[in-house]
Design a protein around this ligand. Structure first.
Ligand code: NDP
Length: 330
């Protein structure tokens, strides 16, 4: 029996590369809820704490493997052992800011990983369905809401890598008929995000100031605008893409954009604080090039996946604040 042709009574098997991250943990939770057998990888399963799986209470329900995606042997080995019906690649150096300091590692981890998985599926002759995590960073600045036909103009090494991976997926789909698709996801947040990301930095910074542990929060520019959604909803869109008859790429977004300043104001007001008294802009935190304005058009996802973002920026902030308060109360 080949992957993807499991007997009716057997659970489907999914393999999630990058299961320790934010999206990996939420996707594992979603698929377990659909009775999938879920396997997941980390670069070193013995060293990873899998803190996100533990926070969601699903550590122990995911079969864990070590896999290094830039090493073809490692990729083939885990895929041939699991022979999954579905593969999700969510592993990569995922910080836009860090990509300016580690451009080669960022490009390698994004491009080689994608091609290694595509080649492994071909090499092993599987009919596995493949989801690849693409990003709105490929678009750069969006004059109007970006959809699946909007040209790419990335403004970071991270975006360049994601754009190359996007075209690799499209090429393998066209050249070899693989069921492979990219989700072009706009920013999506959750309590599982580490503080490196600006949204969590804002929430934790405001919480520290409210508790008297700090007085000032330093940020880069506040004028950028982003389309922020809620991560658990976005992993649902990924899973829906692999249930379609034909593989296609989808933009996943709320369709609304807000300035970072509005996000900051909203977060600080949840703690009863006036952000103008506590937030300063530090030019050292500015990126060499950044996206000023970013918004997506999720109409195709609504039409073909029956998917819509429920939580918008205000609800995203409220959800992050609530989780932070719960975490601090123990
Ligand atoms: P995370 O950073 O939370 O998780 C990514 C995982 O990739 C990590 O847990 C880590 O696993 C692995 N990883 C980190 N660095 C490298 C590296 N250099 N080489 C190989 N693997 C690495 O990311 P998210 O869950 O937020 O995002 C999932 C995917 O979706 C990523 O590809 C990201 O770029 C993309 N994306 C995310 C968006 C968002 O807003 N969250 C928006 C658009 C796209 P381990 O240490 O266990 O090996």
């Amino acid at each position: 029996m080949t992957a993807g042709t499991t007997a009716r009574s057997e659970p489907k098997t999914a393999l999630i590369f990058g299961v320790s991250g934010q999206d990996g943990a939420y996707l594992a939770q979603l698929l377990l809820g659909k009775s999938y057998m879920v396997h997941g990888t980390s670069r070193d399963r013995e060293m990873s704490s899998f803190i996100n799986l533990r926070r969601l209470g699903i550590f122990g329900r995911v079969v864990l493997h070590s896999a290094v995606l830039t090493d073809f042997r490692s990729v083939v080995e885990v895929i041939s052992r699991v022979r999954p019906a579905e593969i999700y690649n969510l592993a990569s150096q995922a910080s836009v800011g860090l990509s300016f300091d580690q451009p080669v590692e960022t490009l390698n981890s994004t491009i080689s990983s994608t091609i290694n998985i595509l080649e492994a599926i071909r090499f092993l002759g599987l009919d596995t369905r493949f989801y690849s995590a693409c990003s709105s960073e490929c678009f750069g600045n969006t004059e109007t809401p970006a959809d699946e036909s909007t040209p790419f103009h990335p403004r970071s090494p991270y975006g360049v890598g994601k754009a190359a991976a996007f075209w690799a997926v499209a090429n393998y789909r066209e050249a070899y008929g693989l069921f492979a698709c990219s989700g072009i996801l706009f920013n999506h947040e959750s309590p599982l995000r580490p503080t490196r990301y600006v949204t969590q930095k804002i929430i934790r910074g405001a919480a520290d100031i409210a508790e008297g542990k700090a007085e000032v929060l330093e940020l880069g520019t506040l004028s950028i605008a982003r389309d922020w959604g809620w991560a658990p909803e976005y992993v649902d869109a990924m899973a829906r893409m692999l249930t379609r008859d034909e593989p296609e790429d989808f933009v996943i977004a709320t369709g609304e954009t807000h300035r970072l300043e509005d996000f900051v104001a909203q977060a600080f007001s949840c703690f009863g604080l006036d952000w103008r008294r506590h937030v300063s802009s530090n030019p050292d935190l500015l990126r060499p090039s950044d996206i000023a304005f970013s918004v997506g058009n999720p109409a195709k996802a609504a039409r073909l996946l029956d998917w819509r973002a429920e939580r918008r920026m205000a609800e995203v902030v409220a959800g992050l604040v609530e989780a932070e308060l719960q975490q601090r109360m123990g």
